[in-house]
Design a protein around this ligand. Structure first.
Ligand code: URA
Length: 461
């Protein structure tokens, strides 16, 4: 048995260096014990464990390295062993990384996904409270992560709150920023963090001023904001009073979300969200439109496709992508091997914008104000569905998802990271393909579109 001692729970570099040496020495996965400090990790055992091939390559795919970087942050004690076993497998069979049916691959993907969600939660729900110390004003936050993400996330807070002096306390480790350098200390307890101060009052005032029960983020509450985090958030203290006067339906909806059993009530939360959207008056587009066209598809879909806005036929049918652009989309999906029944399809803007011309209604592009007004709904859909991969069909969708103007030609063909850690792929809108007159060019562009979809769907089970 070889024992590999890593310096910390999130020691990716240590794991990578050790894995390289083990591969070079052709040590099979079953003969390695991974240990963090003095604490041995679980032995990873799998009957189908492979031997290391004779001439191992010097490099592995970038995708595996990225996956490994996330997986190392998971709390599963077997993660180092599973990663090493996967690495050995990939040496013999590099394409295995694409095999979504492979249980080991799936196990690693699930770990990476849990880590990404935890990273996102910390960024979204951590709250600083103000204290005075010898150096003056300092901001302190308490957070209880599920995985070993604190060091990884520290850079995000340095960038975001660079001019402040702050500390983030967690049970396993504390990180401190003094305006110039990041340092690290031992873990802390909740009592070490302050519990109320002027900053907290500011949060409460802010929250009370923006609160509107009809806009409560049911999806976010359900999936993104477990009760565990509520107690850290000063605005939570206000929720009871603020909702007291809300309409009964909204209160019921909130209660439903709060008491939801994870996974069990997501469908009803989605239905509540869709019902809310049906009455949306956030911008004037609801006036001439027939109805809100909300997203559709499984609420646990791994892939979400976002179009621009419903067209004439979608407006009448109340469903996205059922008209001519929808037919192009369906054919491209089929060619790319993506089953529409397994994806969630929605639009950046939920009402049809058009110019009446005689009896016809001519599509009119939504403006930035309309995209921004509707962004609230797409954010809720994303929080609820939590797809691993999001595909923006066209510039309007890309603008809504990234919050900036996007040039498709420059940004298609590669993955972008969204704020919740999911992957965004940008491609053209199917109606662009319908507008190309030259049949040769249309075929070329359609093939490119299909390629984009294939690439985006590559790592989605
Ligand atoms: N175009 C879109 O962007 N979405 C639809 O639902 C239909 C056409």
């Amino acid at each position: 048995m070889r024992v590999v001692v890593l310096s910390a729970e999130d020691d990716f570099d240590g794991w990578r260096d050790a894995a390289r040496s083990l591969v070079a020495a052709r040590v099979p996965p079953g003969e390695v014990v991974w240990q963090v400090g003095d604490a041995p990790c679980d032995l990873f055992s799998d009957e189908a464990l492979d031997a290391v091939p004779d001439a191992p390559p010097l490099t592995v795919s970038r995708r595996f390295v990225d996956l490994a970087r996330s997986v190392v942050l998971h709390t599963d004690p077997a993660r180092f062993g599973v990663l090493y076993a996967m690495l050995v497998r990939l040496i013999a069979e590099p394409r295995r990384i694409e095999d979504m049916a492979d249980p080991m691959r799936r196990r690693l993907e699930d770990m990476a996904k849990a880590v990404r969600r935890d990273i996102h939660k910390m960024r979204a729900f951590l709250r600083f409270r103000e204290v005075e110390d010898d150096g003056g004003e300092r901001f302190v936050a308490w957070f209880e992560p599920e995985h070993h993400i604190v060091r990884h996330n520290a850079r995000f807070f340095v960038d975001r709150f660079n001019a402040m002096r702050w500390s983030i306390l967690t049970p396993a480790v504390s990180v401190h920023w003094d305006g110039r350098a990041l340092s690290e200390g031992p873990g802390a307890t909740r009592e070490d963090a302050p519990d109320g101060d002027p900053t907290e009052e500011a949060w409460k005032t802010y929250y009370a001023s923006i609160f509107n029960p009809a806009r409560l983020k049911v999806g976010a509450m359900l999936k993104e904001m477990p009760r565990k985090y509520w107690k850290n958030m000063p605005e939570t203290a206000l929720v009871g009073g603020l909702i007291a006067g809300a309409r009964a339906r909204e209160v019921a909806m909130i209660e439903n979300a709060r008491t939801a059993i994870p996974g069990g009530n997501i469908v009803s939360a989605w239905q509540a969200l869709r019902d809310e959207a049906a009455g949306c008056t956030r911008c004037p587009l609801h006036l001439p439109a027939t109805q809100t066209v909300f997203g559709e598809g499984p609420v646990d879909a791994a892939m979400m496709f976002v179009g621009e806005q419903p067209g004439d036929q979608e407006d009448l049918a109340g469903r996205p992508f059922v008209g001519p652009a929808g037919q192009v989309f369906d054919r491209a999906l089929a060619e790319a091997g993506i089953d529409r029944r397994r994806i969630y399809v929605t639009n950046a803007v939920k009402h049809f914008k058009f110019e009446p011309r005689g009896k016809r209604r001519i599509h009119s592009k939504p403006g930035v104000g309309e995209i921004e007004a509707c962004r609230w709904w797409i954010d809720q859909e994303r929080a609820l569905v939590s797809p691993r991969t999001v595909v923006a069909l066209g510039a309007t969708a890309a603008r809504s998802l990234l919050g900036r103007t996007v040039t498709i030609a420059r940004e298609r063909g590669r993955a972008h990271e969204l704020n919740d850690g999911s992957q965004l792929w940008i491609t053209v809108h199917p109606s662009y393909l319908l507008r190309i007159d030259d049949p040769g060019r249309a075929a070329e562009e359609t093939a490119r579109f299909v390629d984009d979809l294939k690439r985006a769907g590559f790592f989605v089970p």
